[in-house]
Design a protein around this ligand. Structure first.
Ligand code: HEC
Ligand code: HEC
Length: 316
C-alpha cells in the first residue's frame, strides 16, 4: 500500500515537472526557456523511468507462484531429531537470534543496499505457522511462497529449497514439536521498499531461486563426499563464498567470504574446531558475518562430510 502511494507520488511528480516544463517553454527569456525547460524535461523523464521500473518491480513481486504439495507429516522421534538438526544448522542462523525459532531478526542490517526490511518470522506456534497446513509450510521452504501465495523474498533467495522431500518433512515435524515462544513477527514478515522494487524492476535484484516442482531425494547420511555435496546444495555457503566456493565477488548482495580451498590445508579436527569455537587452526577469530555458530551445530558426520567435500572439490 505504502509503495502504491509512493508510486502514485512519483508519477504525479513526473507529470508536474513535465507541465512546468511546458510552462517554462513559453517564457520569452531564451536562457530560461531552453535551460529551464530542458532541465525540467530531463527530471520528468528520470521520474518517469523510476516509476516505470518500480511498476515493473511490483509486477515481478507478485509473479512468483508454486503448487502446494498434498502431504501430511507423521512425526516420529527420529524425524523430529533430524529436523532439529537441520533447523539448528541452517534455519537458526536467521530464525533463532532471540530464542529457538522465535524470529524477530531483520536481515536488512546484513544487506549492502537498503532495499526494505526482511524480518525472520517466528516459526513457533506463537507465529502464524500454527494456522498453516504441512503442505503450505513445505511450499514456503521449497519455493519461498507463503500460505497466502505471497513471495517470501529471503526464503526464495536461500537454498533451503534443495533440501530433500524427507528432510523438509523432518523440519516440519520439528517445527510442529516446539512450544510457543517469543513475540509475533510482522505479517507479512518482509517489506520491499521503492528502491528495492525499482532495483527488482531493473533486474538488479534476483527474483529468487528457480521454482522446483519435482521430488528431491538425498544421499544416505554419513561422513562422505556425496553427503557433503548435498549439504552444500541446501546450505548458503555459495551466497557468500561464491558459486564455486572460490571466494565471493564484490557487488554480491551477501557478505564476501574467502576461497574455501583454504580448508585443504586444515585437518578434519581443525575444521570442526573452527566451526564449533570460531577460532581457526591459525588462531584467527572468525567474524560473525560467517555463520559459524549455526554451522558448528551440525553433528560430527555432517561437518566431516562438508570437510570431505571441501578438501576434494576441484580447485576452481
Ligand atoms: C538467510 C536467512 C534465513 C534462513 C537461512 C532461513 N530463513 Fe526462513 N525466513 C527468513 C526471512 C527473512 C523470512 C521473512 C520472509 C522473507 O523475506 O522470506 C523468512 C520466512 C520464513 C517462513 C514464512 C513464515 C511466515 O510467517 O510467513 C517460513 C515458514 C520459514 N522462513 C521457514 C524456514 C525454515 C524451515 C528454514 C530452514 C530450513 C529457514 N526458514 C531458513 C530468513 C531465513
Ligand atoms: C553470510 C555469509 C556466509 C555464509 C552463508 C557462509 N560463510 Fe563462511 N565466511 C564468511 C565470511 C565473511 C568469512 C570470513 C570471516 C573471517 O575471516 O573472519 C568466512 C569464513 C569461512 C571460513 C574460513 C575461516 C578462516 O578462519 O579463514 C570457512 C572454512 C568457512 N567460512 C566455511 C563456510 C561454510 C562451509 C559455509 C556453509 C556451510 C559458510 N562458510 C557459509 C561468510 C559466510
Amino acid at each position: 500500500m505504502q509503495n502504491i502511494v509512493g508510486l502514485a507520488a512519483l508519477t504525479a511528480t513526473a507529470a508536474l515537472l513535465a507541465w512546468s516544463g511546458f510552462r517554462t517553454w513559453r517564457v520569452k527569456n531564451r536562457i530560461v526557456k531552453w535551460g529551464g525547460a530542458g532541465l525540467l524535461a530531463l527530471l520528468s523523464l528520470a521520474m518517469l523511468c523510476a516509476s516505470g521500473l518500480t511498476s515493473l518491480g511490483m509486477i515481478k513481486q507478485h509473479s512468483r507462484s508454486a503448487p502446494i504439495p498434498d502431504i501430511k507429516v507423521a512425526a516420529t522421534p527420529e524425524l523430529i531429531a533430524r529436523g532439529k538438526d537441520i533447523a539448528d544448522g541452517l534455519c537458526g542462523a536467521c530464525h533463532s537470534h532471540t530464542g529457538t525459532l522465535t524470529g524477530g531478526y531483520d536481515l536488512a542490517v546484513e544487506l549492502q543496499v537498503p532495499i526494505g526490511s526482511f524480518v525472520a518470522a517466528n516459526l513457533t506456534p506463537a507465529g502464524p505457522l500454527k494456522h498453516w497446513s504441512d503442505g503450505e509450510i513445505f511450499r514456503a521452504i521449497r519455493n519461498g511462497v507463503d500460505a497466502e501465495g505471497r513471495w517470501l523474498t529471503m526464503m526464495s533467495y536461500v537454498r533451503a529449497g534443495r533440501l530433500s522431500d524427507d528432510d523438509i518433512k523432518a523440519v516440519i515435524a520439528y517445527i510442529r514439536s516446539v512450544a510457543a515462544a517469543g513475540n509475533p513477527t510482522p505479517d507479512p514478515p518482509d517489506h520491499m521498499n521503492m528502491l528495492g522494487l525499482a532495483m527488482l524492476g531493473a533486474g538488479m535484484l534476483p527474483s529468487g531461486q528457480p521454482i522446483i516442482t519435482g521430488h528431491i531425494s538425498g544421499p544416505l547420511k554419513g561422513p562422505t563426499f556425496e553427503f557433503g555435496e548435498y549439504i552444500l546444495a541446501y546450505q548458503d555457503c555459495r551466497a557468500c563464498h561464491g558459486e564455486n566456493l572460490t571466494g565471493g565477488v564484490p557487488g554480491q548482495l551477501a557478505p564476501l567470504g574467502p576461497d574455501l580451498n583454504l580448508v585443504k590445508d586444515w585437518t578434519l579436527a581443525g575444521f570442526i574446531a573452527a566451526m564449533r569455537t570460531g577460532i581457526d587452526p591459525n588462531g584467527h577469530q572468525i567474524s560473525e558475518q560467517m555463520p559459524w555458530r549455526s554451522v558448528g551445530k551440525m553433528d560430527d558426520d555432517e561437518l566431516a562430510a562438508i570437510y570431505q567435500y571441501l578438501t576434494h572439490m576441484p580447485n576452481s
